[in-house]
Design a protein around this ligand. Structure first.
Ligand code: GTP
Ligand code: MG
Length: 149
């Protein structure tokens, strides 16, 4: 079953959006399989955003992401990678529709409150970068048969 890596960035934690964000994923019908509040090393963040290493905003991005605790999560479900990206909105909050997380809670690309994996492959990489296997729970939500037919 497909999983994605979602992180409430330091601004999202400071702005007390954790509950709201978890709520949206729960209510959509996705299954929480991992969750922790962490401060990670700049090395881990550089690896996480490796594809952006040549961008002018890269060092600012690493500073932003290491400026406070992050809530790291793994969510599982049908097409969760693609659906989560839709729930997040566009990279730039100015382009994000109301109803999306970025479209409802932020205004600037450099403080866009949440991360979501952009493909199934990057989700797998990110989950193994941020979580140990024993931090992920296999469980059977009693609501499954009301979410899936
Ligand atoms: P993530 O879910 O965080 O990976 O965002 P994304 O996949 O929508 O965008 P991308 O991976 O291209 O960029 C990663 C993050 O870098 C963004 O979420 C922003 O926080 C930051 N970022 C991207 N573009 C810019 C930019 O032009 N300026 C600044 N300051 N930050 C940017
Ligand atoms: Mg990205």
């Amino acid at each position: 079953n497909e999983c994605t890596f979602i992180a409430v960035k330091p601004d999202g934690v400071q702005r007390k959006l954790v509950g709201e964000i978890v709520r949206r994923f729960e209510r959509r019908g996705f299954k929480l399989v991992g969750l922790k509040l962490v401060r990670v090393s700049e090395d881990l963040l550089r690896e996480h955003y490796w594809d952006l290493r040549t961008k002018t905003f890269f060092s600012g991005l690493i500073t932003y992401m290491s400026s406070g605790p992050i809530v790291a999560m793994v969510w599982q479900g049908l097409d969760v990678v693609k659906t989560a990206r839709k729930m997040l909105g566009e990279t730039n909050p100015a382009d994000s529709l109301p109803g999306t997380i970025r479209g409802d809670f932020c205004v600037e690309v450099g403080r866009n409150v949440i991360h979501g994996s952009d493909s199934v492959e990057s989700a797998q990489k990110e989950i193994s970068l941020w979580f140990r296997q024993n931090e992920l729970q296999c469980w059977d939500p009693s609501s499954s048969r009301w979410v899936y037919n």
